[in-house]
Design a protein around this ligand. Structure first.
Ligand code: HEM
Ligand code: HEM
Length: 223
């Protein structure tokens, strides 16, 4: 028995999937470089300080690049293409709970909000890490509001204290670690969102972040 071909069964005359490039090469290098640097910063924390700092500064450099690329980069890299206000983001989340959110070729509004949260928290983590390194850096900060200042007060006023083994302690370290922990939560939600959207729209979004290509928009999709 011969197998049916597209000539025999009209329904099988499906058009070959047309792919278009959505993520430019720099976005992809940025993304996977960020994942690697973030993982390295986490794994080396409190173990290999030189590696930790190098990874942390790499994260900071990548975030700085992304801010510039969001202004001058390719179509789907630009903030104006994907950033939406709270109303549109909440409406999208509402559609998600009803299982009828539309497919976006670029970032969807919920993913876009998560990107902002990730970039801000990554920058804050790297910045507090940098501040901890040298007491003169804290002095560069504008004076803190009275409500915050007492919590930062310590012997030398740099927001950093030292434990018995000489390790860094104090409120600045608390903030650094809290931001780093928050990042783990955000990254988990981010990956959860990627998996969910991949199932909903029958496409492998993680692979698209590797190849750059996505299925061309169909009826009802937002390009
Ligand atoms: C292995 C785990 C991860 C996978 C599979 C993954 C996958 C993805 C995918 C598919 C996108 C595009 C989302 C879309 O289609 O709208 C994306 C975007 C993004 N992800 Fe991840 N991600 C991972 C981990 C992380 C981590 C750990 C971070 C940061 C701590 C991160 C930060 C970002 C950022 C900032 C973007 C925006 C990309 C851009 O437009 O520049 N991701 N990720
Ligand atoms: C996004 C990037 C970063 C992440 C995710 C991160 C994460 C962490 C985490 C989880 C800890 C806690 C380790 C512990 O259990 O004690 C830590 C500690 C620390 N980090 Fe970072 N960090 C980052 C960037 C930086 C940078 C850029 C610097 C400085 C240049 C830095 C300097 C430090 C220092 C001095 C400590 C305290 C180490 C000690 O306990 O003696 N970090 N970081």
């Amino acid at each position: 028995m011969t197998e049916a071909t597209a000539h025999d069964v009209p329904e099988m005359k499906v058009r070959p999937t047309v792919k278009i490039q959505v993520w430019d090469p720099l976005i992809r290098v940025f993304h996977w470089g960020l994942v690697a640097a973030f993982a390295t910063a986490w794994l080396s924390a409190d173990e290999l300080q030189t590696v930790h700092e190098f990874a942390g500064y790499t994260v900071a450099g990548l975030v700085a690049f992304r801010l510039i690329w969001g202004l001058v980069g390719s179509r789907y890299a630009r903030f104006t293409q994907f950033l939406k206000g709270p109303g549109a983001t909440l409406a999208y989340l509402g559609d998600m709970t009803r299982g009828r959110e539309r497919r976006y070729l670029g970032h969807n509004p919920a993913g876009a909000a998560m990107i902002v949260a990730l970039l801000v928290t990554l920058a804050g983590t790297a910045f507090t890490g940098w501040l901890m390194e040298d007491e003169t850096r804290v002095a560069l900060l504008p004076s803190m509001p009275a409500i915050v200042a007492p919590a930062w007060a310590d012997d030398d006023g740099d927001g950093r204290e030292y434990g018995e083994r000489g390790e860094v302690e104090g409120p600045l370290k608390e903030v650094h670690e809290t931001l780093a922990n928050l990042l783990l939560l955000l990254a988990a939600l981010h990956v959860g969102g990627v998996v969910l959207a991949s199932f909903r729209h029958h496409e492998n979004l993680a692979r698209a972040m590797v190849t750059g290509d996505k299925r061309a928009p169909g009826p009802g999709d937002i390009a």
